[in-house]
Design a protein around this ligand. Structure first.
Ligand SMILES: Cc1ncc(COP(=O)(O)O)c(C=O)c1O
Length: 534
């Protein structure tokens, strides 16, 4: 839809509210808040401590310049020099300072008198304004009356969403490999995951349609699900990126079957694109802001003309996880119910957090934040490339097109051991180990590499099964000093000992030094070689 076209309003989707979601009343005291801003009002109703007794007379901080990280790779630099600069901290950080005093000088400015007081569950007005501007410019929702509402991170947002739209005994559509904490948040409420097949773009629209169209309530024991949970960018754990065409297919199916889409999207700005092997890599060059936004796979919000998407954004991956701050974008009916949920749980994210993040974004302005995000994307791309280069150095990689399973539709790398000394002829035993030991699709977004282990080549595969072998290998790697995340925990449904399948590991490249990343790959190689022989 072009920006000039008139967008309609959200349709009525209130039949999706859970019993709890419907039953929530305005918190009796919070209901008085709407009078609070009235000029001249003498409020004796609330239990607000007097700001004079807040022991903070100001808060301040030093924040990095938004252009602290480069937008371009330098062809003259070695592939690692950007990394060393980051870790050696030789460059002097460029910072600027902000201070927020107890009482504001100008109406509307941030101050501690209001910022550290009990506040509305919707968040501090200044922060809301910034978030709203950002959503409008970057995500461009497809209907007119979309609303934003702060939360304390996507974990909290998902928890509140579950209570608001799911009843015990409801099914929840998820990808067959999915984020385990989201499942752990929903399952104790009696929510039953309904896995849908995947391909190289994440959730498969074909599999989704098949699941819904063939739904047999008496065989399944539960009604057809009315909520879909998805991590469309940097899918956790597989690292895939879902493009607009797939999103449109899934959205249309959700309209047809009346399903609410919960878009949990922490890795949205870490879209790295295709992995190009070192030998063919060209330098990354800077783009202008509009081209940058246009280069990102759009959010479901952009095609949401009915208001059936509840989008969860977080500052965890773009500012810092300790901020515990993010926001919902959804239709006003869901926003109002989520606000009622927040009133009686978190109330509002911490006033300190809201002041710090709002000050950062006021200092940087929209353009500065976009500048920061552009560079962040490049940082993670370089990390991803470096990490995969380590695999290419350590293993023999063979690129093959995949047409099956969750990798269907893209190129897959099969990894086998490199002969240590190429002039020594391979023995029969070694030949066995020149078969692929694991495979992976280079992640195109996010922080993780997802590998599939070819454990069927292990002598004990038929007697032990894949889950036990995966854990055995995982333990050996952990004992050698490297921690991966075992794959079975990302399965939407529990993996039993006799479940058919292959082993997997999720490996993060977001937070280690280059030396450690390299060492981890080499340790993995040594342990894997030994493991596959006995
Ligand atoms: C898919 C997904 N959702 C949510 C979260 C947690 O986000 P937050 O820190 O905002 O609670 C993560 C973090 O790892 C994640 O991968």
């Amino acid at each position: 839809m072009s920006s000039n076209e008139k967008r309609g309003e959200a349709v009525d989707l209130s039949h999706h509210l859970s019993k709890v979601g419907q039953a929530r009343q305005t918190s009796p005291l919070k209901g008085l808040h709407k009078y609070m801003g009235k000029p001249g009002l003498i409020s004796l109703a609330g239990g607000l401590p007097n700001a004079a007794y807040f022991p903070f007379s100001s808060v301040s901080g030093d924040i990095l310049a938004p252009d602290s990280f480069p937008l371009e790779t330098d062809s003259k630099e070695s592939s690692l020099s950007w990394f060393w600069r980051l870790f050696s901290r030789t460059d002097k950080e460029r910072t600027s300072t902000f201070t927020v005093g107890k009482y504001s000088k100008h109406p509307g400015d941030l101050d501690l008198e209001n910022g550290l007081q009990y506040g509305l569950a919707t968040g501090q007005p200044k922060l809301n304004e910034i978030i709203r501007e950002f959503v409008g410019k970057v995500f461009q929702p497809g209907y007119s009356n979309w609303t934003t509402l702060v939360h304390t991170g996507n974990t909290d947002a998902w928890f509140k969403t579950v209570q608001t739209i799911l009843n015990p005994g409801d099914g929840l559509i998820v990808s067959e490999w999915t984020y385990p904490s989201a499942m752990a948040g929903a399952q104790p409420f009696g929510i039953i995951p309904v896995p849908v097949g995947m391909d190289s773009e994440g959730m498969s629209s074909i599999s989704l349609r098949q699941t819904l169209s063939e739904w047999d309530e008496s065989a399944r024991g539960i009604p057809r699900p009315h909520v879909l949970y998805t991590v469309p960018i940097g899918q956790n754990p597989t690292g895939t990126t879902m493009g607009i065409r797939r999103k449109k297919e899934i959205y249309d199916i959700c309209v047809e079957y009346d399903i609410i889409i919960v878009e949990d999207d922490p890795y949205y700005f870490l879209q790295q694109g295709k992995y190009i092997p070192k030998s063919d890599r060209v330098v990354d060059s800077a783009t202008d802001d509009e081209a940058f936004i246009a280069s990102l796979a759009p959010s479901y919000l952009k095609i949401d003309y009915q208001g059936r998407v509840i989008r969860l954004d977080t500052f965890s991956k773009t500012v810092c996880p300790g901020s515990r701050l993010g926001w919902f974008t959804c239709n006003p009916m869901f926003a109002e119910r989520l606000e009622r949920t927040a009133e009686t749980s978190s109330q509002a994210p911490s006033g300190f957090t809201q002041i710090y993040v709002a000050s950062l974004l006021l200092k940087w302005q929209y353009e500065g934040y976009i500048r920061w995000l552009k560079a962040l994307r490049l940082q993670y791309k370089q990390r991803r490339d470096y990490f995969l280069d380590c695999f290419a150095d350590e293993f023999h990689l063979q690129k093959k097109f995949s047409s099956e399973g969750y990798t269907a539709g893209t190129h897959l790398y099969h990894a086998s051991l490199k002969p240590r000394r190429s002039f020594v002829p391979l023995g029969e035993k070694d030949n066995a180990y020149s078969k692929p030991l694991f495979s992976f699709v280079p992640p195109s977004s996010g922080m993780f590499l997802w590998i599939e282990l070819h454990l069927e080549e292990h002598p004990a595969f038929s007697s032990l099964g894949y889950k036990a072998l995966e854990m055995k290998l995982w333990t050996e790697i952990a004992e050698a000093g490297v921690l991966f995340a075992p794959g079975a925990m990302f399965s939407a449904t529990p993996v039993e000992d006799d479940t058919l399948g292959y082993g997997h590991f999720r490996i993060s490249f977001s937070n280690s030094t280059p030396e450690d990343l390299k060492k981890a790959v080499s340790t993995f190689s040594t342990v894997l070689k030994r493991f596959m022989k006995n």
